[in-house]
Design a protein around this ligand. Structure first.
Ligand code: ADP
Ligand code: MG
Length: 698
């Protein structure tokens, strides 16, 4: 007898063979016995209950009932050719329809016989109809599982008879081949503490459940395991990191910081800002490198936190840099910070792609000899030539535009890596942050400066377009400016650009020259053209800017008070929120107008309602996570979040917290996992070298 293990290639499984193995590899990434074992059903057909025909609810996905076959016959021709049958119980009649396998059905059905029928009902001409139902003779020998697992399959797999049922057969064969060769992965004490079922039972229960309860217990165990091992990897990385990397020590709060705080700061810091500055100060005191993510909604005042952290660095004899994703943003930061610093004896300069070579020389020199304290810039900061004398703090603004690679380059700008502060205006729900950025420390500015008027958000349908124009006219008459944003996605890029230009032309009729001036901005323009258009708007030379989402990140035009979003139903929630954040930066009341068609999907409706109801970025992010799942959120690709098969970041938050806390406790008690009771965990980590975020860099 051959011994099989989890590592055995899937081709060796009885019922697979080379051809199916190849397709399983390609279509489902199933290479080994283990991969198939962890290929879970995505739902179950509940075959434990039977309905009567008059109880069938066409809005429910699956129904099972017993009925007698009345008649069947072919209807329609060619492509609409179908087999139609009627079945009956003592409460009513249901129609069954087949478009395929007609011959097979004809041959196997017998009028007058009773069948157990399962399928998804729908309403057709006011009659309940079920297409392609599963039918078995009533009282037949094939009494299957009460809960039938349903596996995702593909066209190519189905051609090789690997539909859901076929996959189920393979899983069956898998369990017989493996016999007892499935081993526990969690230590006994954890299983006992959280009252979990053992792994072999959980895997069996998820593929072949006896009842709803066993599905639930199996899922619970397997979800816990997913969260637990992900957190184990993440927190291990974090610990390893803090041991490995020394950071500069900012011991004192010196005169630059104090001077600025006492004399120059034009407003009171919010409590949230103060708290974050304290957190950063604490991080930079101990000689370990800081890696901190600063989350704060648009307008929450992250810049001032960045500036004060930089002053801290300078007071301790270090340089600092701030990198922004676009030229315009870098310029705005440069101008803004210069103004805030005023006469301060701090030298600050700007380095972007468009700075001339001859001007760069001075910058390079200033950086090397230490005359230059602060450098603001774009990607240009990452160039080889940019070398610092003593870089102590590197700040990245609007993090989601930069990849890990780019962060790593900043690290290498100093022999002792600088402290890193990554700022983002994309609120990330707590659970996701724990997973995506579990290896970073997280600060949150959860409070807007006082006196900000919340942006009023309105949802208009097409027929209220004139009303929208009226509002724009009023605002422009008050001297304000307006953004009008159109969606642009790759698949329909040409059409979208057409809509954008048509939209602009339409606006030009409503708001004609010479009184009104309208600019246009989209990704197909050259960087020069983009900058030209953006600058015209920043300077107030155009009143309306028609644009795609290229304006999304960080641009600050305090005089802009209206954001119109066309085809708002085509945007995701987070994106809508980001766009809305472009207005409401001045003291005046600002508006966001969501234009959409009348008939919206349920999801789009929730998005519109959420936007109208709240301006709280975290609430919006939570809703977004629930609607879309984490796979769509930026950064999730490289983070291990997608390793989660069962666990759901939106709905299993409590379980994630439980698993994370447990892992924290374990590392506290046993930092290198040397205790015998943690042997399984040590083995796991030695087999699963991890490479998220910072680890890659080292
Ligand atoms: P963001 O977090 O989006 O980067 P900014 O740092 O650009 O926000 O701040 C937005 C605006 O709020 C700026 O004009 C800034 O000067 C102002 N601001 C920041 N903090 C405060 C505060 N505590 N009180 C009043 N205004 C503030
Ligand atoms: Mg900002």
């Amino acid at each position: 007898m051959q011994e099989f293990s989890l590592r055995t290639p899937i081709g060796y499984l009885k019922g697979v063979g080379p051809q199916r193995a190849e397709v399983l590899n390609k279509e489902l990434a199933i290479f080994t016995f283990e991969d198939l074992l962890y290929y879970y059903p995505f739902r179950y057909n509940d075959r434990s209950v039977f309905s009567k025909i008059n109880q069938i609810d066409p809005s429910k996905p699956g129904v099972q009932f017993i009925a007698r076959l009345l008649d069947f016959g072919i209807q329609g021709e060619r492509r609409s050719r179908r087999l139609v049958a009627h079945v009956k119980d003592d409460t009513g009649i249901v129609q069954l329809v087949w478009f395929q396998s007609i011959k097979w059905v004809e041959k196997n059905l017998t009028i007058g016989n009773a069948y157990v029928i399962y399928g998804s009902p729908s309403l057709f001409n006011n009659q309940i109809s079920i297409s392609h139902p599963e039918m078995e003779p009533y009282g037949g020998s094939k009494q299957g599982l009460k809960f039938q697992p349903v596996y995702a399959s593909t066209e190519k797999l189905k051609k090789l008879s690997l539909d859901s049922k076929g996959i189920q057969r393979l899983v069956s064969s898998l369990f017989s081949s493996l016999k007892g060769n499935i081993y526990e992965t969690l230590p006994d004490y954890i299983i006992a503490k959280y009252n979990l079922i053992d792994l072999p039972s959980a895997l069996w229960g998820i593929h072949f459940p006896n009842d709803g309860g066993s599905i639930q217990r199996s899922q619970h165990r397997l979800k816990f395991e997913e969260f637990f091992f992900l957190q184990l990897k993440i927190l291990k990385t974090k610990i390893a990191h803090s041991q490995k990397f020394k950071g500069p020590i900012f011991k004192k709060v010196g005169e630059h910081f104090t001077d600025f705080y006492e004399k120059k700061l034009p407003f009171q810091l919010t409590n949230a800002q103060k708290r974050v500055i304290r957190e950063i100060r604490k991080d930079t005191l101990h000689g370990a490198q800081m890696n901190r993510l600063l989350q704060g909604d648009v307008g929450s005042g992250k810049t001032i936190v960045a500036l004060m952290s930089m002053l801290l660095a300078i007071d301790n004899g270090y340089q600092a840099c701030l990198m922004a994703p676009t030229e315009i943003l870098a310029q705005q930061h440069y101008a803004g910070l210069k103004e805030l610093l005023g006469e301060e004896r701090i030298s600050i300069d700007l380095l972007t792609g468009s700075i001339k070579q001859k001007d760069r020389k001075g910058i390079h020199e200033g950086l090397l000899n230490g005359d230059l304290n602060i450098l603001i810039g774009t990607h240009a900061l990452l160039e080889e030539k940019v070398k610092f004398k003593n870089l102590g703090l590197a700040i990245i603004d609007e993090q989601h535009r930069f990849g890990v690679e780019q962060r790593s380059k900043l690290w290498k700008k100093n022999s002792v890596p600088p402290h890193m502060l990554v700022m983002t205006a994309t609120p990330i729900p707590r659970t996701l942050a724990m997973t995506l950025y579990g290896d970073l420390d997280i600060s949150v500015i959860d409070e807007l400066p006082v006196g900000r008027k919340p942006i009023a958000t309105l949802h208009f349908h097409e027929r209220s377009r004139l009303r929208m124009f009226g509002m724009l006219r009023e605002e422009i008459a008050k001297g304000r400016q307006v953004y009008v944003v159109y969606p642009l996605i790759e698949e329909s890029e040409k059409l979208d650009l057409l809509h954008l230009t048509a939209g602009k032309e339409f606006l030009e009729q409503e708001f004609p020259l010479p009184v009104f001036k309208i600019g246009i901005l989209h990704g197909k323009l050259s960087p020069k053209e983009k900058e030209f258009e953006m600058n015209r708007f920043v300077k107030g030379e155009t009143q309306i800017l028609v644009a795609t989402t290229v304006i999304e990140v960080g641009v600050n035009v305090p005089n802009a008070s209206v954001m119109v979003i066309e085809n708002a139903e085509r945007f995701g929630l987070s994106q809508l929120h980001q766009l809305r954040g472009r207005v409401g930066r001045g003291a005046e009341q600002s508006f966001c107008i969501l234009m959409s068609k009348e008939k919206l999907s349920k999801e789009s409706k929730i998005r519109m309602e959420t936007m109208v109801r709240t301006t709280d970025g975290f609430e919006i992010a939570e809703t977004d996570l629930k609607l879309r799942g984490p796979g769509d959120l930026s950064g999730t690709q490289q983070s291990g979040v997608l390793e989660l098969k069962l666990a759901n970041l939106a709905t299993d938050q409590a379980l994630l917290q439980l698993a994370r806390n447990e892992v924290i406790d374990i590392f506290e008690e046993d930092p290198v996992l040397e205790l015998e009771k943690n042997r399984l965990l040590r083995d796991f980590l030695s087999k699963n070298a991890f490479g998220i975020g910072w680890e890659k860099i080292s």
